[in-house]
Design a protein around this ligand. Structure first.
Ligand code: KG4
Ligand code: ZN
Length: 335
């Protein structure tokens, strides 16, 4: 089944075609992402109305481009999948409207996909994909969750953040130290040059049982450390390094706990923070020590993209799921 996937939940327009007849990574026939970062940068964050308008401008050209790259036409498609939530309502409606109109015009089945299920299943698009059951760590700008995946479509929430998501903590800490939006990846790049251990930041909520997270305190630690420092470039890098180490250690401790609690040997990591190099290294070392396995999507499929929506949608369409006649989106939606 060849499925067109459309992602427009926030500030990235993503389009892809996934072909379930081809195994693993070969199934991804083409994918393209247009980032609105430059558009929102001067406001220091995503402006919802501007995001919707830019999705309107970019979606159809991106669909044409992706089909051309896949050497396909709309007549070759067997279904259309789109992000139905959670996300910005206007942005979601653009993707849903285009996806459902295309499906209707081409007489194809359509399906709405949960954005976080897209992230969660993204590692399965790679070669030698993990088989459920496994534990998934979902770390993005809006979520920090540990999920037991009993089967595809059967998810149990093991742990969640009580306040900020991991990516949100990266972005806010970056902003506190004067880095431009979106600061997460820049903070991570800066951390590469920082000296470890100069600042002693806590590993929140690791001193008690449980799988929940709390990252807002770390952000406050960054604020205090930066405020009381010489505010030099090297200090900024050292704070970034200590902050990143604290987040990565905390995530690794909780992942190991979740593997112990479920008896699972396989950890799957997804979402934008999954692109973080130090997190990838740390979790690989942890899995190797335990004789287990950790699976990540390639970094470009960790952050928002249409491929994960095409893939998750293809699995749902193959299982017989179809969107009902009305077009609606769900801006707030638990998986
Ligand atoms: O999954 P995603 O693209 O969008 C959401 O669904 O939220 O994740 C974006 C988040 C942002 O908070 C961004 O700062 C963070 O992922 N992020 C990173 C890195 N790349 C993206 N955080 C740490 N290190 C990175 N390399
Ligand atoms: Zn996302």
């Amino acid at each position: 089944m060849k499925v067109l996937g459309i992602e427009s939940s926030c500030d990235e327009t993503g389009v892809a075609v996934y072909d379930t007849a081809l195994p693993g990574a070969a199934g991804l026939r083409a994918h393209a992402v247009y980032s609105q970062i430059a558009l929102h940068a001067e406001y220091g964050g995503v402006v919802p109305e501007l995001a919707s308008r830019d999705h309107v401008r970019k979606l159809l050209p991106l669909i044409r481009q992706t089909l051309a790259e896949a050497d396909l036409t709309t007549r070759d498609l067997d279904g259309v999948a789109y992000t139905a939530g959670p996300g910005l309502v206007g942005a979601l409606l653009v993707g849903a409207g285009v996806a459902r109109s295309l499906a209707w015009a081409l007489d194809l089945p359509a399906v709405g996909v949960h954005h976080m299920e897209g992230h969660l299943l993204a590692p399965l698009m790679e070669d030698d994909p993990p088989q459920a059951p496994f534990v998934a760590l979902l770390v993005s700008g809006g979520h920090s969750q540990l999920v037991a995946v009993d089967a595809i479509g059967r998810y149990r929430l093991l742990g969640d953040t009580l306040d900020d998501a991991a990516g949100e903590a990266f972005d806010k800490s970056a902003k506190l130290m004067g880095l431009p939006y979106p600061g997460g990846p820049q903070l991570a790049a800066l951390a590469q040059t920082g000296t470890p251990g100069r600042f002693k930041f806590p590993r929140p909520m690791t001193d008690r049982p449980g799988l929940d997270f709390s990252f807002s305190g770390l952000k406050t630690q960054v604020l205090l450390a930066w405020r009381d420092s010489d505010q030099s470039d090297s200090t900024r890098a050292d704070i970034a390094r200590s902050f990143e180490d604290a987040v990565v250690d905390t995530l690794a401790i909780k992942c190991e706990r979740a593997l112990d609690a479920t008896g699972s040997k396989v950890l799957v990591v997804a979402g934008g923070v999954g692109a973080n190099t130090r997190l990838r290294e740390k979790l690989r070392a942890m899995a190797a020590k335990r004789g287990g396995r950790v699976c990540f999507p390639r970094p470009e499929l960790c952050t928002d993209n249409g491929a994960m929506i095409a893939f998750a949608g293809a699995l749902r369409l193959e299982a017989g799921e179809r969107a009902g006649p009305s077009v609606f989106v769900t801006p707030r939606w638990d998986m």
